[in-house]
Ligand binder design. Structure first.
Ligand code: ADP
Ligand code: MG
Length: 287
């Protein structure tokens, strides 16, 4: 590869909002056989909205959850806070806040332990038949469901919807057509992940993955494939650096952007297709 051809390649891609850090990255892109996607903020908008609250006392559940989430930076936290604001719910003071990556958050409110999070946090805690039913139904609709609990009891569910970006389906279908393996790798629950995957045309789903396990999965896949990982979050940085090509969303966290060899400034998965086509053109020309 001649440096001039590479520079032309990367310059043209920059105009399409695809920043490629150097020529070696572009050469790796030319060899890709698999693309692995994070879900939240990558395939989806990352702008989740609360759609349902299931509880005996919905207002109380929203108040407790929002009071905890005020200290969290997770996209789900913003959704819960926005809902609380819209409903004019006053937030309660919390103490001893703890955030468990990929699981949820806990704190004390009026000396009671309150938590908001997924089933990793509530494993042994009892769930009523009614809540269990709602949990399944909401997840099948592609909604992320978090449990809200107080003193080890689950007292309600909050369902949050995060729609796929408009271009995700088109981009993934183009990658499928080019013969690349497309995979979703997410911390969210299997049912939700599968519903979203189906919407955008991804056939392989690895769900319920803790942040630390994302890089491990990429490592395994690399034994048989040349792998790109596309992500946006703080949690995604290890997977971005482990992949043969790390592709970060421009809207992502600073650490994700630093970890990526490619940055998609338009936050649009069609950028992955652009990068592929560009590498094909570049290396076809200079061969
Ligand atoms: P993704 O891989 O889709 O980007 P994350 O690893 O960031 O997702 O989070 C995985 C799951 O952990 C969420 O779907 C949610 O169930 C739970 N979770 C993480 N942080 C929070 C929080 N602040 N409040 C409630 N639930 C949370
Ligand atoms: Mg994410």
């Amino acid at each position: 590869a001649t440096p001039t051809a590479l520079m032309v390649g990367t310059g043209r891609s920059a105009r399409a909002g695809v920043l490629i850090k150097n020529g070696e990255v572009l050469e790796e892109v030319d060899r890709l056989t698999a693309v692995v996607f994070d879900k939240t903020g990558t395939i989806t908008e990352g702008k989740p909205v609360v759609t349902d609250i299931v509880a005996e006392n919905e207002k109380e559940v929203l108040q407790l959850a929002a009071s905890l989430e005020e200290a969290s930076e997770h996209p789900l936290a913003s959704a819960i806070l926005a809902k609380a604001k819209a409903e004019k719910v006053t937030l309660l003071p919390t103490a001893d806040f703890i955030s468990y990556q990929g699981k949820g958050v806990c704190a004390n409110i009026s000396n009671k332990a309150v938590f908001v999070g997924n089933k990793h946090l509530v494993k042994e805690k009892a769930l009523s038949e009614k809540l269990k039913e709602s949990y399944d139904k909401l997840q099948e609709q592609g909604k992320t469901v978090v449990f809200v609990g107080e003193a080890k009891q689950v007292i309600g569910l909050i369902a949050i919807q995060d729609a796929p970006k408009k271009t995700s389906k088109e981009a993934i279908e183009l990658l499928n057509k080019k013969g690349l393996k497309t995979v979703m790798l997410t911390g969210d629950a299997p049912k939700v992940a599968e519903a979203i995957a189906k919407e955008v045309g991804i056939k392989e789903v690895i769900a319920g993955v803790l942040p630390a396990e994302k890089a491990k999965y990429i490592e395994e896949l690399k034994e048989h494939e040349t792998v790109a990982f596309v992500g946006d979050g703080i949690n995604d940085a290890p997977a971005l650096t482990t992949a043969d090509v790390g592709i970060a969303m421009g809207s992502g966290t600073d650490i994700a952007i630093e970890s990526g060899g490619i940055v998609l400034m338009k936050n649009d998965l069609l950028g992955v297709v652009r990068a592929l086509e560009l590498s094909q053109k570049t290396f076809a020309r200079i061969k």
